[in-house]
Ligand binder design. Structure first.
Ligand code: URP
Ligand code: ZN
Ligand code: ZN
Length: 469
């Protein structure tokens, strides 16, 4: 099969140019000028991309599919989650395997391979969440890296569940530096947060908005500062996940200004939603204040003014990536576990399908350029997480993970149009302009005009390279 995508405009992180894109054997084999089309040979399949952009498939570097959390499991598994991702123009995910406390990293990796194999419809890699770092586990970290899992997420939050003490974090960082792995940090100061949560509950504050009120911005700022300080002492790079707020961003900016290899991602929920969403609806409308449970994620949604700082961070390259932290739970049977106690609401929001749609809004509003859109959704995560240049670019030799993006297509981000399994949509009722018309994964046309053409299980596990920026 030799596919030609013709008459489109290629957009990469650095360039915008008119070109025909030729795909063969799962790869991009040529970029040619339309004037020379006759000489370039004959295709077996042609896609006319007139008026459309040709961009590298999205890479979502932060997803939680089929993840046990808060006494339940995130509701999208590797089948529904990756099919939904594909519909939204994402062709690669990096999900999180979780070490059981007292268990090994290898056991965790085996468990997550079993969850993904035969189900994933797009390519996938794994980060490893280490919940325990005894000295004798340091050798196992190297083994995991050799298997292509080259980043470790550590938690400063969730005491008794995921939180690691500073000594363990520091040991893991030193080891990561030796083996070329990247430490991804959930940077919230978890112990005082827990006290605030208990105090709020004791005072009778049970509504979802208290999730935000008991996890103040300063707890994230100090966590971020501590993560960066530990990484500086260990002389290793650090990547702050799901950064939500101005002061945490300022800590990253200061570090970068000092020349430290500090990186950070934010997520659409922090760019487009706010603490107001956590307040729910007036009594009598929907679930009333409990509607806010739909928006409980960690770190929490912040007051609206934080958004402009995050956008500036993205424009100025102080934030490198937008990933989703897709961690979906249904209201019925899952979020409702926290009715009467906000601390029992499973943390996380659906988003794997709508990231590109939402960020294209920012392109339309001239908050970011088209090239920056490509960079933060695909090229930068490919580079940071050892997938470049196989993924993250439209260039000869790259995997043909290609999205034909129709900038005029109207799409309603409503539950009835989406493929994620959560029983609600965070942006219900919002219509965006700009959506994928065709999505290719390794040269296979997997979505055409919102129709899924492929099959679960076709996704490959990606052995990622070590950190090399
Ligand atoms: O609310 C969130 N973010 N759920 C997933 C777990 C995490 O900390 O990323
Ligand atoms: Zn986290
Ligand atoms: Zn997460």
């Amino acid at each position: 099969m030799r596919t030609l995508i013709k008459n489109g405009t290629v957009v990469t992180a650095s360039d915008t140019f008119v070109a025909d894109v030729w795909i063969e054997g799962g790869r991009i084999v040529a970029l040619t000028h339309p004037a020379g089309r006759e000489r370039a040979g004959s295709p077996t399949r042609e896609i006319d991309a007139t008026g459309q952009y040709i961009i590298p498939g999205g890479i979502d570097a932060h997803t939680h599919l089929d993840m046990p959390f808060g006494g339940t499991n995130s509701v999208d598994d590797f089948e529904s989650g990756t099919v939904a991702a594909a519909h939204g123009g994402t062709t690669t995910i990096i999900d999180f395997a979780i070490q059981k406390k007292g268990g090994t990293l290898t056991e965790a990796l085996d468990t997550w391979h079993a969850k993904a194999e035969g189900k994933a419809a797009i390519d996938y890699g794994f980060h490893m969440i280490a919940t325990d770092v005894p000295p004798n586990q340091l050798e196992e970290m190297a083994k995991i890296v050799r298997e292509g899992v080259t980043s470790f997420k550590l938690f400063m939050a969730y005491p008794g569940v995921l939180l690691l003490d500073d000594q363990s974090i520091f040991r893991a960082m030193l080891r990561a530096g030796e083996i070329g792995a990247l430490i991804c940090m959930h940077a919230e100061h978890g112990l005082p947060i827990d006290v605030l949560v208990q105090r709020a509950l004791a005072e009778g504050h049970t509504a979802p908005v208290w999730h935000a009120l008991s996890r103040p911005e300063v707890a994230e700022a100090t966590g971020t500062e501590r993560a960066i300080a530990l990484a500086e002492m260990a002389k290793v790079p650090v990547y702050i996940v799901h950064l939500s707020a101005q002061r945490a961003l300022e800590r990253v900016m200061e570090a970068r200004d000092r020349g430290l290899p500090a990186y950070a991602e934010t997520c659409p929920q922090y760019l487009f939603c706010s603490e107001d969403d956590l307040r729910g609806k007036p009594e009598g409308e929907g679930e009333g204040e409990f509607e806010g449970a739909k928006f409980v994620c960690t770190p929490p949604l912040r007051p609206k003014h934080h958004q402009e700082h995050l956008w500036r961070g993205l424009r100025n390259h102080d934030l490198q990536v937008v990933s989703t932290d897709h961690c979906p739970f249904c209201m019925k049977g899952q979020k409702e576990l926290g009715r009467g106690d906000f601390s029992k609401i499973p943390n996380g929001m659906p988003g794997i399908e709508t990231r590109l749609h939402l960020l294209w809004e920012a392109v339309r509003e001239r908050k970011i350029s088209m090239n920056r859109f490509v960079e933060i959704t695909s090229t930068a995560p490919a580079k940071i997480f050892g997938l470049y240049p196989r993924k993250g670019n439209i260039c000869i030799g790259a995997d043909a993970d290609v999205v034909v993006w129709d900038p005029e297509k109207r799409f309603e981000l409503s539950h009835k149009n989406l493929h994620m399994r959560a029983d609600y949509a965070a942006f219900e009722g919002k219509t965006v302009i700009g959506a994928p018309s065709h999505v290719f994964s390794r040269g296979e046309l997997i979505v055409e005009h919102d129709k899924f053409l492929s099959r679960p299980g076709r996704g490959h596990f990606l052995r990622r390279g070590t950190f090399s920026l």
